[in-house]
Design a protein around this ligand. Structure first.
Ligand SMILES: [Zn+2]
Length: 321
């Protein structure tokens, strides 16, 4: 199983259907779990999807329409009930602190969760961690909305054969990674001699919006782009009026931003009767790359690193720090 994958918890916009729950997406990214837009029923969908509340380390809400946030009360209480031992950070548009506060306190429970609120005040980086940064950009919807992207910095992949040839073993590998150079006997080994460039991966999450600069910025170079595609071409006027994308527009964002995999979701219930494939087809006409029409409870692996950086794919030594 990939250590970076998207667990799809729900894919319906506005109203759930027999086959589609309200939104909900848990991005499993190494030891982090980022829960995006938990709609109603998210807690139970997590059970079906085989992911526990303890996997959640961060919650990212794009906006406070119900299909994107009514699952928050249940998820927050579950995190508390399960006594998850770590703090959970919550990101959401700062304009609606009051709504978040109401959802947080919407029922009575013994609250032991360490929840750290991180309202998004402005475009840009909202979290800088060692392993990645999380960025937000404003979207164009009928209420304040932001999209998110996770950006892993470029790094270097250690090459076991080279390490062995230079006699670098055990804890020395970590020292070499930390310092960029290491003295072995009477010579200096540099990191460039025993490793190769490794592209950082990017994940982008774009929900309710019209076409806008923020959406294109978020999608830039994304390995996986999860994008709302509420409507088909025939409903393009509705999309514009209500602040949504058509599938073709989602395809255009992916194409113009150089995304690698486009995951479509957030479908209008009008396509419930077997005519949803048109959404994938219309997106594919604009994009040209792979398009996945998301289904509830699917797990979609983040594509492996960019092929250009895969030339000497090899296991990383255990000394990786
Ligand atoms: Zn909305």
């Amino acid at each position: 199983m990939s250590s970076r994958e998207l667990a799809v918890l729900g894919t319906a916009s506005q109203a759930p259907t027999r086959r589609r729950n309200h939104n909900g997406y848990l991005l499993l990214w190494d030891d982090e779990g980022l829960l995006f837009d938990p709609g109603e029923g998210t807690q139970r969908q997590m059970l079906f999807a085989g992911v526990t509340a303890s996997r959640i380390t961060r919650i990212c809400v794009t906006h406070f329409h119900g299909d994107h946030c009514l699952g928050l009360p249940g998820v927050l209480q579950r995190l508390s009930l399960d006594r998850v031992p770590h703090a959970v950070d919550a990101y959401y548009p700062a304009q609606h602190r009051d709504v978040f506060a109401r959802l947080r306190r919407s029922s009575l429970f013994h609250d032991v969760l360490e929840l750290r609120e991180r309202p998004v005040e402005a475009a840009g980086t909202v979290l800088q961690a060692a392993a990645f940064r999380l960025e937000a950009q404003p979207l164009s919807h009928s209420v304040a909305a932001v999209g998110y992207r996770l950006v892993e910095p470029d790094g270097r992949r250690m090459l076991p054969g080279r390490l062995a040839a230079f006699g670098v073993t055990g804890p020395d590998i970590g020292l070499l990674q930390r310092d960029g150079r290491l003295v072995i006997g009477d010579r200096v080994v540099t990191i460039d001699e025993v490793s190769e460039p490794r592209h950082g991966q990017r994940f982008a999450f774009i929900m309710d919006t019209r076409l806008c600069d923020g959406a294109f910025a978020l999608a830039e170079g994304a390995d996986m782009l999860v994008c709302e595609s509420t409507f088909a071409d025939t409903e393009a006027a509705l999309a514009q009026e209500y602040g949504h994308l058509t599938a073709r527009q989602a395809g255009r964002i992916a194409a113009e931003s150089g995304a690698r995999l486009l995951v479509l979701t957030h479908f209008s219930q009008r396509y419930e009767r077997g005519d949803e494939q048109q959404l994938a087809d219309q997106a594919a006409e604009a994009f040209g790359g792979p398009v996945v029409l998301a289904h509830d409870l699917e797990r979609i692996p983040v594509p492996s690193r960019h092929p250009a950086a895969e030339s000497a794919e090899s296991a990383e030594p255990s000394g990786r720090g």
